[in-house]
Design a protein around this ligand. Structure first.
Ligand code: ADP
Ligand code: MG
Ligand code: MG
Length: 251
């Protein structure tokens, strides 16, 4: 589904990704872990096509298409979803409006008719239910005054509505209490754990992985993947720290 080969990328002319390779197949959940500043968010933003993140070498194909040839909205239309570490607030726009507009923008890019009001509400209710989110909450302006947990749950509702093929989720667990963590984890499983979908979970801590069991865990350090393993690698990292595991690789 996603094949990244020797990817190099700069942010503000500073090289951050320095030859990163990763293959993700349909049906797989991958976790990328790594120390602060390793380039985890940069990887997500570069794949999503955020302005300011410049690809300087290497390649990425998404379902056979050259990802970097696609504009950000075309990547979304092709089934790529990016969950952000810091969700934006949009005063004056309700979450319901935002969800409907993003769903219909995606459908338009695919040449599909927009959802009717009734179709959209049915879908929104179903996905909000998965995330135990009250519809009243979603009538409020996007993320304004939402707690950390509410922002993430709302983002997972959006993911459910957009129904992506590949979700890249950057620190979905940050700022979540235990209950919100479980609800988000269960939401990710319900929406994305399917044979034709895949997830790349970017996380600093292994606790989200208690709920969303990864098939593969990778350590990103200094702009490259320096170690890969199974779910047990995340537990080792938590216990021994990145330093020890990365040094062992270098030795
Ligand atoms: P992580 O998500 O692994 O903590 P990031 O991808 O956010 O790491 O950052 C990787 C490196 O890129 C860091 O050294 C960070 O300071 C730098 N960086 C990120 N964004 C910018 C920016 N907009 N301008 C300059 N440097 C940046
Ligand atoms: Mg960070
Ligand atoms: Mg980050």
């Amino acid at each position: 589904m996603l094949e990244i080969n020797n990817l190099q990328a700069t942010v503000a002319d500073k090289p951050i990704l320095k030859g990163l390779s990763l293959t993700i197949n349909a049906g797989e959940i991958h976790a990328i872990m790594g120390p602060n500043g390793a380039g985890k968010s940069t990887l997500g933003y570069t794949l999503g096509g955020r302005p300011g993140y410049e690809v300087t070498g290497g390649s990425a194909t998404f379902n056979g298409q050259d990802l970097f040839e696609l504009a950000p909205h075309e990547r979304a239309a092709a089934g790529l979803f990016l969950g952000f570490q810091y969700p934006v607030e949009i005063p004056g726009v309700s979450f319901v409006q935002f969800l409907r507009e993003s769903a219909n923008a995606q459908r338009k890019s695919r040449g599909e008719a927009p959802l009717s009001g009734g179709e959209f509400l049915k879908l929104a209710r179903e996905k909000a239910g998965l995330l135990r989110m009250d519809m009243d909450m979603l009538k409020r302006p996007v993320n304004v005054g939402f707690s950390g947990g509410e922002k993430k749950r709302a983002e997972m509702v959006q993911m459910g509505i957009l129904d992506p093929k590949l979700a890249i989720l950057d620190e979905t667990d940050s700022g979540l209490d235990i209950d919100a963590l479980r609800v988000c984890g269960e939401g990710i499983n319900a929406i994305m754990r399917k044979s034709d979908k895949a997830v790349l979970l970017i996380t600093h801590y292994q606790r989200l992985l208690d709920y969303v069991k990864p098939d593969f865990v990778h350590v990103l350090a200094a702009g490259r993947i320096v170690k890969s393993g199974g779910a047990d690698l995340a537990l080792r990292l938590e216990e021994e720290g990145y330093e020890a595991v990365v040094q062992e690789t270098a030795a």
